[in-house]
Design a binder for this molecule. Structure first.
Ligand code: DC
Length: 227
């Protein structure tokens, strides 16, 4: 059966990763969460104090640091985790603070160039589901299946609000909604590779869909592409 590249892009907190993971498992494909890679860079930069001052990053220091980072994915008993220089950093990269830091570092051109090249290497052999913001537009413009996922900001904020509550780190709904809107603004307005739907991407608005409905729809699109 033919192996393809599946590119899944979309807004933050719209359930992209969950859908992408489910599709990778259905297809027997590798799954790459590119957001986790930007988060790993953000974690390393914040540990070095490079993100302490809002709107100011020492780019020379960041570039040096980036050259020393090894970002990878490892299989653990709890599923696929992100590793930074050989150490599992999955829990640390999932905080709201690192999410915002990732949004900052992801706007820097040399960070994107390096991570995009790593992502292209990971997908060279095909048989991969990759999710992010620029997969169908920049990383794999020739991907056989491109999906652009979205949901209303309120629905996404409610999902993030519930997640934070479940983790025991609640925030007010208004703050979560503001964070969703701020992140959307930054992701869609940055100069390099802003988030946008590729012309040939299929739109999946899951505001009113269950996980099962989304998975079924995605699988049906995938099945058509591997024929
Ligand atoms: O999907 P996420 O929330 O884990 O992504 C973290 C940040 O990284 C988010 O602000 C967008 C950015 N990102 C990006 O610019 N390009 C990607 N391919 C993936 C994520």
């Amino acid at each position: 059966m033919k192996k393809i590249v599946v590119a899944i892009d979309g807004h933050s907190s719209c359930g992209k990763s969950t859908m992408a993971k489910a599709l990778a498992s259905y297809a027997g494909y590798k799954y790459v969460d590119t957001g986790a890679m930007y988060r790993a860079v953000a974690l390393a930069a914040s540990r070095e104090g490079l993100l302490d001052i809002p709107n100011e990053i020492d780019l020379a220091k960041l570039e040096k640091l980036l050259a020393t980072l090894e970002i990878d994915f490892i299989v653990t008993s709890q599923g696929q985790h992100t590793s930074l220089n050989g150490i599992d950093v999955e829990a640390e990269i999932r905080t709201l603070q690192i999410g915002n830091a990732a949004s900052r570092v992801s706007a820097i051109p040399f960070v994107r160039t390096q991570l995009v090249s790593l992502q292209q290497d990971m997908g060279r052999a095909k048989g991969i589901v990759m999710d992010g913001r620029d997969i169908g537009t920049v990383v794999f413009p020739n991907a056989e299946l491109k999906v652009f996922v979205t949901a209303s900001p309120e629905v996404r904020a409610k999902r993030r609000f519930d997640e934070l509550l479940a983790k025991g780190t609640p925030m007010s709904f208004d703050d979560v909604l503001k964070d969703v809107l701020d992140r959307d603004y930054r992701d869609t307005h940055r100069e390099v590779s802003p988030l946008k739907q590729a012309d040939d991407a299929l739109l999946l608005d899951n505001s009113n869909m269950t996980r099962e409905e989304q998975s079924a729809l995605l699988q049906s699109w995938f099945d058509k592409r591997i024929l």
